[in-house]
Design a protein around this ligand. Structure first.
Ligand code: ADP
Ligand code: MG
Length: 311
């Protein structure tokens, strides 16, 4: 089952969860983010030593914090989310590339701001699902929603702001990413799902108020660069059967068709399932979902959930 035993130099896309970078309930301090980035990069560096890794990451907690900061500057004219997405991609990409460099001094590493085209008529603009920012208790969240005209939804025991999360259609910098990969560069890209842009009738690109799901953006990237495997790292041990019950257990391996028949919550596990299934169906290769700390074991086939065409 372990892919690393089957192919010598594997092209791997690793998607790092925003919540794996900042543990739930943990303060959004730069120290906490640095510590978590270090922990993640130590594990990823070990894989990147012998394989071609492309790293993507989430930005849910961070982009929400940047939105709060921007609102405190001038609440009447908040910075739009495309700009905040770019800021968070720069902030997290900077931290990841610095930590990776510390572990992998021999490797060329580059962080690339990535714009991703979305459809301006995507129905996601009418139904926000993407959690951003910190978790609040219900009363706090309702007060904030009233003040700022936010949409809020329950995320486990907390309440969080949600915004539109349209489908990623096209990675504008794809050719540049491929050039970098061919030159042996470890590329950090599609951070926070990339920066959502639309193409206007004039042919010009314009940013839009949304946060693309990083799992879906990473799946698109993994397909486009013909990755041999796609790994989604998060803060749970894998895809759980009976999630939320005391008898919940990790699904060790599952066929795409069986996984697609199950139900998962929007805005957290569902995009990972869609992203993984899409990759497996289009490439015939496996996708893996599991906990950051288990990365070596996931790739060895001993932890997490493996998604395959058939099992
Ligand atoms: P990330 O920042 O890594 O994208 P998300 O919060 O978006 O993290 O998604 C991971 C979360 O999905 C888990 O922490 C868990 O709370 C939730 N989840 C929902 N359903 C399941 C399930 N069936 N199995 C495992 N986790 C689930
Ligand atoms: Mg997520």
């Amino acid at each position: 089952m372990g892919i690393l035993r089957e192919i010598n130099k594997v092209r791997i896309v690793i998607a790092l969860g925003g919540n794996a970078l900042l543990k739930r309930g943990e303060a959004l301090t730069i120290d906490a983010q640095k510590e978590n980035a270090k922990r993640a990069c130590k594990l990823i560096a070990e894989v990147a030593r012998s394989h071609q890794v492309t790293l993507t990451h989430g930005n849910g907690p961070q982009v929400g914090m940047l939105a709060l900061q921007a609102a405190s500057h001038d609440a009447s004219k908040p910075y739009p989310f495309d700009v905040l997405d770019a800021e968070s991609e720069g902030m997290i990409g900077y931290q990841l590339s610095q930590q990776l460099r510390n572990f992998l001094s021999e490797k060329k590493i580059a962080t690339l701001l990535t714009q991703i085209e979305v459809d301006p008529n995507d129905s996601a603009f009418l139904h926000p699902t993407k959690f951003i920012g910190p978790g609040y208790d219900k009363i706090q969240a309702e007060a904030l929603a009233h003040t700022h005209q936010w949409t809020i939804k329950a995320d486990g025991q907390y309440f969080r702001r949600v915004i539109a999360s349209p489908q990623p259609l096209r990675i504008l910098e794809l050719e540049i990413i491929k050039l970098l990969l061919d030159a042996g560069v470890l590329v950090i890209c599609c951070g926070g799902g990339g920066i959502p842009v639309i193409r206007e009738a004039t042919g010009d690109y314009e940013g839009v108020e949304a946060v693309i799901d990083k799992d879906l953006a990473s799946s698109l990237l993994a397909r486009e660069i013909k990755a041999d495997c796609f790994v989604i790292l998060t803060d749970v041990m894998g895809v759980m059967k009976n999630w939320g019950d005391s008898f919940a257990e990790v699904i060790k391996e599952i066929a795409v068709s069986d996984l697609e028949a199950m139900h998962f919550p929007e805005g957290s596990m569902l995009p990972k399932i869609k992203a993984a299934c899409e990759f497996v169906k289009k490439t015939g290769h496996r996708a893996y979902i599991g906990a950051l700390d288990d990365l070596p074991e996931i790739l060895a086939g001993n932890a997490g959930t493996v998604i395959d065409l058939t099992i």
